[in-house]
Design a protein around this ligand. Structure first.
Ligand SMILES: Nc1ncnc2c1ncn2[C@@H]1O[C@H](COP(=O)(O)OP(=O)(O)OP(=O)(O)O)[C@@H](O)[C@H]1O
Length: 590
């Protein structure tokens, strides 16, 4: 996949380019050996089962002849044991292959999902993606194993039976084929409807997941808004749609059963009528008619088996369709040559006449942004809400590509950096300072898995987290809840800063929270920031007067352009907007 911006926003991924059946084959092919061995063993188990009545006959004959039963009984025991073992082992191996297919699909999907471009995730619903990974892939388990193998076996048996019929009597064969053609036409009509109903049903499940995710991501707000009944009604609506579409799929499956059964029965009657007349006229032997009827009777099993397999296949194809839609999404590709010798010290940032919009149908956010920040120190980005300050960070991290102009880090265009290397030099603290479910330690080492105990202890101290660690029941090993719900806003921000610092960034991007903090927390955060600025280049989207007054350089943004650059004293002197910002609540005093 390419590393490009996306066009129009949409609620769901687009339809896949490749036919689902081709994709199913691509996934199943990787486990073909196990599938074939399992299928062959099941088939052999069936054959051994057929031998059983013959040996039973032998037992009876031996009994009547008053001979020793040892030999036939040994055979019978062997057939029962081997047949039992084969009929257990064959389906077991096919189930393993089915699980392996699901694992392959899931691994593929996991890789794609986690590497999706930020722009794609902006327009998708996470709950729906979760249901594609969990529920849809599960539908493939049976389809990729027993259904396909069973279906193929049935096709061979049907072809064999049809060949024999043609050999026995061409007239009766023609009559039967007319009925087979009827079955085929009806199946062509019914099968896509099963698939569509299953896609709709799975989509409703995805909607349910999205709605649930929506609620839990703002759980307190939902409760505080008294919106539970409304949200429950929406969730139940999606659950009911899933049920209704599931019932619709079952109805089409039932019709498929009837559509297969009826013509075969009509064929039975026709063969009896036409065949009877031909026997009466002497055009055909009675034995041939009986043989033909027996063949038709024998074919009923494989035909209904094939129809059931085809119905099941539609479910699998529906699932593949939804899984493949994710494959169409743009994921991030590592680009550019690896940087030669990694540089040391603070990494500078340069914006040169940058224009940018989030999507082609959205207005420009940056209209030619130019500024630079290099060396140790603190650069504060200030400006009215929506001026495009946070977007500066997204462009530095290459979450989105610029439309025109250049963003450089360490003198190199971000487009020429291998993504992993680029992000490796940056520590980024988002405005809402996300903390993930897990322990405090897991949260800290997220960006630096090989951090040592002393490095962790250092950042805990630098980020003023020592008190928190001492307060928590299990120290660093304490769980801090879904989205860090057990922490205060200020603690969450310091955890996020500690995480970014543990990466030993050469460039620290800090999006200051707009929410008010108490004086102690505010002072702590400011001190953490200033400490970091002594060692590296720190860019901060500033919302507090105390931050900008300490900054070495202030960049004033207004409606997507840089209108002034300077120190606090210089800007108060020369820039009207800055003076207003400093005097208003847009830059709040502690
Ligand atoms: N992912 C996105 N998709 C589409 N538009 C976006 C996206 N993120 C931000 N925007 C829009 O881009 C503009 C600039 O947003 P940005 O977050 O950079 O502003 P800001 O100056 O940081 O504002 P604030 O001080 O309120 O955080 C806003 O109009 C915003 O609505």
């Amino acid at each position: 996949m390419t590393d490009t911006t996306t066009a129009a926003p949409a609620a769901a991924p687009e339809a896949p380019a490749r036919a689902p059946i081709t994709r199913l084959w691509v996934y199943a092919r990787q486990h073909l050996r196990l599938l074939l061995i399992g299928g062959a063993l099941s088939f052999a188990g069936g054959i051994v089962g057929l031998v059983q009545p013959l040996i039973a006959m032998d037992v009876i004959d031996t009994l009547s002849a008053n001979e020793s039963l040892t030999r036939p009984l040994l055979y019978l025991t062997a057939v029962v044991v081997v047949g039992g073992a084969l009929t257990a082992l064959g389906p077991y191996l096919m189930q393993i292959a089915g699980q392996d297919v699901v694992l392959t699909v899931r691994k593929d999907l996991i890789g794609r999902l986690v590497r999706l471009q930020v722009a794609e995730v902006d327009r998708l619903k996470p709950g729906d993606l979760v249901s594609r990974l969990t529920s849809d892939t599960n539908l493939l388990r049976t389809v990729a194993s027993t259904t396909v193998i069973g279906g193929v076996t049935d096709v061979f048996m049907i072809l064999g039976g049809i060949g024999l019929m043609a050999w026995l009597d061409p007239v009766l064969f023609g009559t039967t084929m007319a009925m087979v053609a009827m079955v085929t036409v009806m199946m062509l009509f019914i099968m896509p409807r099963i698939q569509n109903a299953t896609v709709d049903s799975q989509k409703a499940l995805g909607d349910m997941g999205s709605l649930l995710e929506r609620i839990f991501s703002a759980f307190r707000t939902v409760k505080a808004s008294g919106a539970e009944d409304h949200e429950i009604a929406r969730l139940e609506g999606a659950a009911t749609t899933a049920r209704d579409k599931g019932v619709k799929a079952s109805l089409w499956e039932a019709l498929a059963g009837v559509a297969a059964f009826m013509p075969v029965n009509i064929a039975f009657l026709l063969v009896l009528g036409v065949g009877g007349a031909r026997v009466a006229s002497g055009a055909m032997e009675v034995g041939t008619l009986i043989g033909f009827l027996l063949l038709l009777f024998y074919l009923m099993g494989p035909i209904s088996g094939l129809v059931a397999s085809l119905s099941q296949l539609q479910t699998g194809l529906a699932a593949i369709h939804r899984v493949e839609e994710v494959a169409n999404l743009d994921s991030e590709a590592a680009q550019g040559e690896p940087r030669a010798a990694a540089s040391e010290g603070p990494a500078g940032v340069t914006f040169e006449d940058v224009t940018f919009r989030y999507a082609e149908d959205l207005p420009y956010v940056h209209h030619g942004v130019t500024f630079a920040s290099s060396g140790r120190g603190l650069t504060a980005l200030v400006g009215p809400s929506g001026a495009g300050k946070t977007t500066v960070f997204s462009l530095i991290e290459r979450f989105y590509p610029v439309t025109t102009g250049t963003v450089s880090v360490d003198g190199v265009d971000v487009r020429d950096w291998p993504l992993e290397d680029l992000r490796g030099v940056i520590g980024y603290v988002e405005q809402d300072a996300p903390v993930l479910d897990g322990t405090l330690r897991e949260n800290l080492v997220m960006a630096a898995q090989d951090a040592t105990e002393s490095e962790i202890a250092d950042v805990v101290k630098t980020a003023r987290l020592t008190e928190l660690v001492e307060k928590l029941p299990d120290g660093l090993e304490s769980r801090i809840g879904y989205r860090g719900t057990t922490l205060s806003g200020g603690e969450r921000q310091r955890v996020a800063i500690a995480r970014a610092l543990l990466r030993k960034p050469r460039l620290l991007l800090l999006d200051e929270a707009t929410s008010q903090l108490d004086a102690a927390n505010e002072a702590s955060l400011k001190q953490v920031m200033l400490d970091a600025a002594e060692r590296t280049n720190v860019l901060v989207v500033a919302h507090r007067l105390s931050t900008v007054t300490s900054a070495d350089q202030i960049v004033v943004f207004d409606a997507g352009i840089v209108r002034a650059v300077g120190t606090h004293a210089e800007l108060v002197e020369k820039d009207d907007l800055y003076r207003d910002l400093a005097a208003s609540q847009l830059l709040t005093a502690a």
